[in-house]
Design a protein around this ligand. Structure first.
Ligand SMILES: *Cc1c(COP(=O)(O)O)cnc(C)c1O
Length: 478
């Protein structure tokens, strides 16, 4: 397919820029570029066709089943997009005075209250731009807490070996060292190993529940108590909240702070890099350290305020605001009944699909799952040479996005499937029959699976090179 620069013809597609209606500003000439940028010149219709062609070559939730485990790629109601597109929200400037932005402040204020209720927290910041950014912010809260008490010895964060890779990475970024806690035979935290690991150097524990193999840890109250008794705090990675919202609250499980991924659970389309939002909530005793600004209500007006011992800012301005608008719309449209129903549907769908597959595919843990389940294709690979990668690639030929592959790392030849609540029984039945059909192919014609997909414009890119040395700029011939 041709790039925009290759389609470009000099003088084609001139744009009309509206007359300037603000005073002209002159810049220091040293700041001006010497030559005009070489932008593609292309007509509107050709531009439209270019992007339509690109869109046709990708797979999104609007194209078909997208069971990308750990990511919650669910359908996001259109009304949430409509609200986020209202001119009062999109036309606002971050430097506007608070008196002229009362509606926007109210969105954040009300969303904070609702998300605190859902998570069992007392206060929240919307600054972090993604889950990992929220983890970092939450860990800085924990750091501030220990520092304020003069407890400098607490330098270690405990992280289960099933954790998402961002957890240990964030802990290191926040200046801690990481202690990995092994899983037990049921896929939960090994309590004896946890007891042995805690001590006066424990700053805290990071945990997601349900965890990254899709299992709810029934020992959660004991886990958080072990950490608290040792003087550490408990951080809840809320990326898997889609499985429990409206049923169980991290705050009631003993967690002191949490992040949410609004772009997973609360209706912002993601994939391809954002924008996201990873608000961080905490119990009252940590609120004084939250990033600034926060919003409070004062005589019917909303005002920015600064927490007493704030860590400062972790991002410019007020966070990815339109993501918050979508989340508020999502929560208000689903309501008190709809929120728990959504997570119940997610768990039901995952168990339905898992049960259709479990006699044919090996499950990493033979138990009821939460919103996702992990299969291990180790035996299949041993018997037929067909890998998790081959099966994932073949799914594309049937209009399905592959599940998450080779994650979590503790499961070999892993495929991690998260159907989400927004899929119908018919779609799940169809997905099951595709999975079972591929298993049949693995037994009868394993060779053809090694070269799958057979119907996509790109089949097996060199993913390492694509990730490490991507070519993101057009290279002009001269
Ligand atoms: C997605 C995810 C994260 C990271 O969130 P980002 O928004 O991608 O930074 C952290 N933990 C878990 C369990 C996740 O699924």
């Amino acid at each position: 397919m041709k790039l925009l620069f290759e389609r470009s013809r000099t003088g084609r597609g001139q744009s009309l820029i509206p007359a300037c209606d603000v005073p002209a500003v002159s810049f220091d000439p040293s700041l001006l570029r010497a030559e005009a940028p070489r932008l593609p010149e292309i007509s509107e219709v050709d531009l439209g066709r270019h992007y339509t062609e690109l869109a046709k070559q990708t797979h999104g939730v609007n194209d078909g089943f997208y069971p990308l485990g750990s990511c919650t790629m669910k359908y996001n109601p259109r009304i949430d997009e409509e609200m986020a597109a209202l001119p009062g929200f999109t036309g606002i400037h971050p430097l506007q005075g608070e008196d002229t932005a009362q509606g926007c402040l109210e969105v954040l204020f009300r969303l904070e209250k609702l998300l605190c209720e859902i998570t069992g927290m007392d206060g929240m910041t919307f600054q972090p731009a993604a889950g990992a950014h929220g983890e970092y912010t939450g860990l800085l809260l924990i750091r501030r807490y220990h520092q304020a008490r003069g407890d400098a010895a607490r330098t270690k964060i405990l992280v289960p070996d099933s954790a998402h890779g961002t957890n240990p990475a964030s802990a290191v970024m926040a200046g801690f060292s990481v202690v990995s806690i092994p899983s037990n035979a049921q896929g939960g935290v090994d309590l004896d190993a946890l007891r042995a690991a805690v001590g006066p150097d424990t700053a805290g524990l990071m945990l997601t529940n349900p965890n990254t193999v899709g299992l709810f840890d029934p020992n959660i109250l004991e886990i958080t108590e072990i950490v608290h008794r040792a003087g550490g705090l408990c951080y809840y990675d809320g990326a898997n909240l889609n499985a429990i919202m409206g049923h169980v609250r991290p705050g009631d499980m003993g967690f002191d702070c949490v992040h949410l991924n609004l772009h997973k659970t609360f209706s912002t389309p993601h994939g391809g890099g954002g924008p996201g939002s990873g608000p961080v909530g905490c119990k009252a005793f940590l609120e004084e350290y939250l990033p600034e600004p926060r919003i409070r209500e004062e005589n019917g007006a909303y005002r920015f305020c600064t927490p007493a011992h704030t860590m400062g800012r972790v991002r410019s301005f007020w966070g990815n605001f339109l993501v918050a608008v979508r989340a508020l719309t999502y929560i208000l449209t689903l309501g008190r009944e709809g929120i728990p129903e959504a997570s119940a549907g997610a768990v039901l769908n995952a168990n339905y699909l898992m049960n259709k597959l479990k006699d044919s595919y090996d499950m990493s843990f033979d138990t009821i799952c939460m919103h996702e389940f992990v299969m291990t294709l180790e035996r299949l690979k041993h018997e037929t040479g067909v890998s998790a990668m081959d099966v994932a690639k073949r799914l594309l030929d049937f209009g399905m996005h592959p599940p998450t592959m080779y994650f979590p790392l503790i499961v070999h030849e892993a495929l991690m499937v998260e159907p989400t609540e927004t899929e119908s029984p018919e779609t799940l039945d169809e997905a099951a029959s595709v999975f079972l059909g591929i298993l049949e192919e693995a037994r009868t014609d394993p060779e053809s699976l090694h070269s799958a997909p057979h119907s996509c414009p790109i089949g097996r890119p060199d993913e390492v090179t694509a990730a490490r040395s991507p070519v993101l700029r057009y290279k002009f011939a001269q």
